[in-house]
Design a protein around this ligand. Structure first.
Ligand SMILES: [Zn+2]
Ligand SMILES: [Zn+2]
Length: 151
């Protein structure tokens, strides 16, 4: 088998997606052996996922942040610490989507086998954990998502 890009070179590896042959240079071109066609397809998928995440962050995260802010700052007239500030609470709410995506990648999909009450409980627990995971995951995922568009 020869390289899909360089027919005179013999293939040393195969594209991980479609199995076409790749020469030494083409194998090392990207972080994993992948042909140019499959690379641009996967890049398009990543970009779409990044756009979806930004939209979900605005549609779900922003309202969650506003609700958090209303819940906390309804009882306190003025926020008296950074953790009660509008900035922090809205930031925390915005991060719920990034936190959720991070957690669902590392937790097994056990909720599929739970009864309805268990599913609800799982959902609530995941939402709370997502808020905290999002504090770290939100900036990391946002930078990674944005960098997709500037490569
Ligand atoms: Zn391929
Ligand atoms: Zn090649």
């Amino acid at each position: 088998m020869n390289c899909i890009n360089h027919p005179s070179e013999s293939a040393v590896s195969q594209c991980q997606v479609c199995g076409k042959g790749l020469c030494v240079d083409c194998t090392n071109k990207f972080s994993k052996p992948i042909c140019p066609d499959c690379f641009s397809v996967s890049r398009q998928k990543q970009k779409r996922a990044a756009v979806t995440e930004v939209i979900l962050t605005l549609l779900i995260g922003l309202p969650v942040g506003i609700i958090l802010d209303l819940l906390v700052n309804d009882t306190y007239k003025t926020p008296d610490s950074f953790w009660e500030s509008h900035f922090f609470l809205i930031y925390m709410g915005l991060g719920i989507v990034a936190g959720w995506k991070t957690l669902t990648r590392i937790t097994p999909q056990i909720f599929l086998f739970l009864p309805v009450l268990g599913w609800l409980l799982y959902f609530v627990i995941m939402a709370v954990f997502s808020l905290f995971a999002g504090l770290i995951a939100f900036p990391i995922r946002t930078i990674r998502n944005l960098s997709l568009f500037f490569k």
